[in-house]
Design a protein. Structure first.
Ligand SMILES: Nc1ncnc2c1ncn2[C@@H]1O[C@H](COP(=O)(O)OP(=O)(O)OP(=O)(O)O)[C@@H](O)[C@H]1O
Length: 624
């Protein structure tokens, strides 16, 4: 009973998937689908029609020659010949037309599906799926599934055409020999079974191979993109990654070859069976003609259609197995479409008010999944409005994770983050994020122009040169961009510059960081998050930023994360994160006086820079 239920569930899922596939096809190009249907019916009838016409022609010819009446012979032959010509023309015209309609349908369908895949990715508000390798496997397969519905339709149409051919041919065989018709019909079963099995194995193999394929792709990228080229050359990593790439590719090919071998064995068996059946059938037909039970025209008819039987049988079995395979792939596309949001989205969100008091982390706990350890446990923290709070802590303490919660990439596992007392989950996530400008530790370097790299901070002002140059000025990168060969139009990429290599330029790490800072300044946001904003800046640039910091941050609530204690001093308050909790909170001076963890970290850094009788504090103060 349980097995029956499982089967029914599989069948129901299958039917649902087929329904989705056809809805997609219909939505993409209903005219194309209809045309293909008509063409397939015509195409299905052409071989049988041609064979039947040949039979009638032969029999008429034999009869006419025996009767020796030329006029009667001609009058009955001419319409048949005209019809024969028509059938031949139809056969010739259909193929290119079919190909054209198919191509059009494929393009429209690819567009529809790519649209829905990328729209779906865009609609996922949280970060959790993007940090999950299973999601990437699903995405990779779904992304290649765009030709599956079209292939499914083609296979359906092939089945329909072959079934029509097959049934009409079996019908003719039935007239010649009912037993023969039965044998031929039964011969489909092993074909079908074996093709279904092989296709299932093939899909299973592809799914199992997918993580390895992604890995091989990754090694290929390391070997081919400028981002890695320097280290690859200097550390002589080429042979290592090449070896890894090749051995993975070898393993993947080994699986493929094993499958192909199995497929070949089975094909041999099936072909031998098909040959046996067709030879047996031929002997039966010849014997019947010998016994004068059927005419010479009937033998010609058999020769004409015997190949179609074999062909249509093979096509039916193969197409069914293909559909099975396409559906399994397509299910990944479906799964992707069905992915749930990983953060809660409020149905009737509140407007985000102007921040007056501040942001409060109230008993916030977080871990990435139930299998991962707690990164934050009962964190209580206050970010006062219009002031700067520096968050410090050792590597892996959870600072960036806290930023992910604040920017709603994840929701806390427990506790709340309050914006002037309102849980940030009450807001529309896009409107809320619109209030935030950020420079992340792993900021993005877009292979686009300097203007676009900065303008992306506020896409509604992508072309507003004044605003962009103003932001670049604040970040201290305007002069450098103006000195680039094409100024703000220069492409900041050695990869995407197009044919003219001189158009592309790469910036230094610090210059890139300034571009990312400029991007942040493009936003008119009330809150700024600066995760290691000066890590790549030289001492002068950092000093410049420090000198203007108060002015740049004026009116903003800002969270500053940094390991540089000279930068920490820019903040109004400092919080120390350790052991998943906030262990110290106060001003720089208070915390130094406390002689706790902050003072220890501060003094350690100061000692590594300065002589015994000079402190970092003194240096920074004397600079400012
Ligand atoms: N997506 C993730 N899934 C599982 N664990 C993660 C994920 N991202 C980060 N972690 C883990 O969470 C912990 C905190 O990482 P986080 O990046 O927040 O630390 P951090 O304080 O910003 O460190 P650093 O100073 O080195 O930047 C680390 O142990 C890290 O391995």
């Amino acid at each position: 009973m349980e097995k029956l239920h499982a089967w029914l569930r599989v069948v129901r899922e299958l039917l649902q998937t087929i329904q989705i596939i056809f809805r997609l096809l219909w939505k993409s190009d209903r005219g194309g689908v209809m045309t293909l249907l008509v063409l397939e019916v015509v195409q299905a009838l052409v071989p049988v029609g041609a064979a039947w016409l040949s039979k009638v022609l032969f029999d008429t010819l034999v009869r006419g020659v025996q009767q020796q009446n030329t006029a009667t012979l001609l009058s009955s032959l001419l319409p048949l010949l005209a019809l024969q010509t028509l059938v031949v023309i139809a056969g010739q015209v259909i193929t290119p037309t079919n190909k054209y309609v198919n191509e059009q349908l494929s393009l429209k369908l690819t567009f529809t599906m790519k649209c829905s895949i990328y729209q779906k990715l865009n609609s996922l508000a949280g970060l959790a799926h993007f940090e999950d390798p299973r999601f990437h496997d699903m995405f990779q397969i779904a992304n290649t599934a765009h030709f599956m519905p079209k292939q499914t339709l083609s296979s359906f149409l092939s089945i329909m055409r072959s079934l029509l051919t097959f049934l009409s041919v079996v019908g003719i065989f039935f007239i010649l020999s009912p037993l023969l018709a039965l044998v031929i019909a039964i011969a489909t079963i092993p074909h079908l079974y074996i093709h279904l099995r092989l296709s299932k194995e093939h899909v299973q193999m592809r799914f199992e191979n997918n993580p390895k394929e992604r890995q091989a792709d990754y090694y290929g990228r390391i070997l081919s993109t400028p981002r890695y080229a320097k280290e690859v050359k200097l550390f002589q990593l080429g042979p290592f990654f090449l070896q890894s790439f090749l051995s993975l590719t070898k393993v993947l090919q080994l699986h493929e070859r094993k499958h192909q071998k199995r497929e070949w064995y089975w094909q041999l068996g099936l072909s031998a069976l098909a040959a046996l059946i067709s030879s047996g059938a031929f002997i039966v037909v010849v014997m019947q003609a010998f016994a004068r039970q059927i005419s010479i025209g009937d033998v010609a008819l058999y020769i004409g259609i015997a190949a179609s039987v074999q062909q249509s049988l093979l096509v039916i079995a193969f197409s069914i197995s293909q559909i099975n395979e396409y559906i399994l792939y397509f299910k990944r596309y479906n799964d992707l479409q069905a992915l749930p949001q990983t953060i809660s989205l409020h149905r009737t969100p509140q407007r985000v008010p102007i921040l007056k008091k501040g942001i409060t982390f109230q008993n916030v706990s977080f871990r990435y999944t139930s299998q991962h350890p707690w990164i934050l446990k009962d964190v209580n923290l206050f970010l006062p409005a219009h002031q700067c709070l520096a968050l410090v802590g050792l590597n892996g303490a959870g600072k960036s994770t806290l930023v992910k919660l604040l920017t709603r990439m994840y929701d806390p596992s427990a506790g709340e983050i309050l914006w002037d007392g309102i849980d940030i989950r009450e807001f529309d996530v896009d409107e809320y994020r619109g209030q935030i400008g950020a420079i992340f530790q792993d900021f993005s370097r877009y292979d686009l122009s300097a203007q676009e790299n900065i303008g992306l901070g506020n896409t509604t002002h992508m072309r507003n040169s004044d605003l962009i140059q103003n932001a670049a000025n604040k970040a201290g990168i305007h002069e450098r961009i103006m000195n680039l060969p094409q100024g703000y139009e220069s492409i900041l990429s050695l990869w995407m510059a197009g044919e003219n290599q001189d158009n592309g330029i790469d910036l230094s790490g610090g210059e890139w960081q300034k571009v990312a800072l400029a991007r942040m300044f493009m936003r008119s946001s009330s809150m700024l998050i600066l995760d290691e904003p000066t890590a790549a800046l030289d001492a002068e640039a950092e000093y410049e930023l420090y000198a203007h910091f108060q002015e740049l941050m004026r009116g903003h609530t800002s969270l500053l994360i940094t390991h540089r204690f000279s930068t920490v001093r820019m903040a109004d308050h400092v919080a120390v994160l350790d052991g998943s909790q906030i262990v110290e909170y106060g001003t720089h001076d208070n915390l130094l006086a406390l002689q706790g963890q902050y003072a220890r970290m501060y003094n350690m850094q100061a000692q590594s820079y300065l002589s015994d009788n000079e402190s970092l504090n003194d240096v920074v103060l004397s600079k400012s």
